[in-house]
Structure formats: C-alpha cells, structure tokens
Design a protein around this ligand. Structure first.
Ligand code: F3S
Length: 278
C-alpha cells in the first residue's frame, strides 16, 4: 500500500501564529484570566489542549470578566465587539490572521465608496460575521454560487470571498455576475494557504483510490478540501483523528492520499499515517 501525504497538509501560517500568541499569553498571564471568544481555531483537539493550559473559551462577551485578557481568534471579530471588550477594560490580544484583515479593509473601503459588496461565504462562519460588520450600512450581501442576482439593484459591485472558499466556486460566482452590473471589481481574497492546500488536494485526489482529509468537523477549510476531493476521487473520508480509522475503512485501497485542514496539528497527521501502516 502506498501512502502519499500532501506537502503542505496541516497548520498554516495564520493558525501557527494564533496558537503561538495564545501560548505566549498563557505563559505570562500571572493569575489574570485569559479568554478566547469562540474557539481560537477550528480544531477541537487543539482547543482542548489549550483549555488544559488555562484558556477559557466563551461564546458571549457578557461571559468575559472585566479587566481580563481576551484573545481574538484567527477568524477575526467585528469592530463593535472589540470596542465592547475595550469598554470592559479588557486587554486585547488580536490574533486575527493578516489574510483576514485584507478583506476586512477592502469591505470597509469599497462599501464606503458606494459599491455593493458581494461576499462568497458561509453566513454562520465567525470570519464572515466579522467581515460583514466592516461594511458601511447595508452595502453587503453574503452569497453562495447558486445565488439569484436578478432582484439586486446596484450599478457597481465589489466581489470577494471568505479566505477559505474554494477557487472553483469563486470563479463560478464571477462568471455568473458578468454582464449583470455596469462595474464589477474583483478582489482575490482566498488566502495563499487555502489555494496551495486546495491545489494539492485536487492533484492528489486524482492519483489515489482513497483520499483521507483530516481536520475539525467545524473547520471551513477542511470541509472545502473534502468537497473538492470528492469531485476527483470516488472514496473520500473526513476524519478528526486516527481513532476513526479501522481496517474496513481502508480495505482494498492501494494508494491512499492524505491531506489536512489548516488547523490540524502535525502529530495528528502522523498518528493517522501510523495507524494506516500498522
Ligand atoms: Fe489565515 Fe488562511 Fe490560515 S486566512 S488562518 S492563512 S487558512
């Protein structure tokens, strides 16, 4: 049996940076409470490890103690939320990925210049919720590729994507908009880490007879790797850890491809490979 692991499977720059910021903050917290609003990254195993070291994960700002330290996740947060935390006297450690800051500033600028922002993304994802808050007034629509634009009244639109969207869908969206507006400005905001992982997954999925995608079930970029792989390979599995691998799952596969979302640590990838080998 041949096992091929995608070269860039696992942690991206933004996730590594966010985890280092949490670890550094926990090291120096001196009794002060350290919170993260929502999960710092979308990987339950990593979040559990950080909780054991003292990180407190809460959903709402109301649950954050006054004058404590709050880490903003790699997905970013709305400006209003950050202002509310500051009002509570909290120290902010902002781990928003620089690749998320880019669409935040584009949305702010284009919507204030009167463009209707069309954002390809998942409405419920924290990154998208944060991005929407950067728009001026109502000048933003979160869409998917099957959106009907017939009732949309706008002369000029700015089109961009959640950083972890898949490229094929973004291209489809752009094509569906052509000819419908007087002016269309397109900003390629899919991050490099996503692009590289998706390209590798597409290539690998065509070379193997079983593809395994490792990552949190709540991780948007892992879900996209899974969806893309299913377009090119008949057998694709999405797992979080090696515990989900058993003989029946891999039986009959001669070439197995492995990739992992940007928030999957190396030790989990290694454990999956070892489990398949033994
Ligand atoms: Fe940042 Fe892209 Fe990773 S947005 S957190 S580098 S997946």
């Amino acid at each position: 049996m041949e096992i091929k692991v995608a070269k860039n499977a696992g942690y991206c720059f933004g996730v590594k940076r966010a985890i280092e910021m949490v670890e550094e903050t926990l090291k120096n917290y001196e009794g002060n409470r350290v919170y993260s609003l929502g999960e710092i990254i979308h990987n339950p195993q990593v979040v559990e490890r950080l909780k054991r070291r003292g990180l407190i994960v809460v959903r709402d700002i109301e649950d954050v103690e006054e004058n404590s330290t709050v880490i903003i996740s790699a997905h970013g947060r709305s400006e209003e939320d950050i202002a509310r935390l500051k009002k509570k006297g909290c120290k902010i450690v902002n781990a928003t990925c620089p690749y998320v800051r880019l669409p935040q500033s584009i949305i702010k600028k284009m919507s204030s210049e009167g463009y209707l922002v069309i954002l390809l993304g998942d409405r419920e994802h924290p990154e998208v919720k944060g991005l929407v808050s950067f728009a001026n007034g109502e000048n933003i629509r979160v869409v998917n590729t099957n959106e009907d634009f017939s009732g949309l009244e706008a002369d000029k639109v700015a089109v961009l994507a959640q950083t972890t969207q898949n490229r094929e869908d973004f291209n489809l969206l752009i094509n569906s908009l052509l000819g419908k507006f007087k002016e269309i400005r397109v900003f390629d905001t899919i991050c490099d880490a996503t692009k590289i992982r998706q390209e590798e997954a597409i290539k690998l999925a065509q070379e193997v007879d079983l593809m395994i995608v490792i990552g949190g079930r709540n991780s948007a970029n892992t879900k996209r790797l899974y969806e893309l792989s299913t377009r090119y390979c008949k057998r694709v599995l999405h797992i979080e850890t090696e515990k989900e691998i058993d003989r029946s799952i891999i039986s009959g596969a001669e070439r197995i491809g492995i990739t992992a979302g940007a928030s999957t640590p190396n030790d989990i990838i290694k454990a999956v490979v070892e489990r398949i080998r033994c």
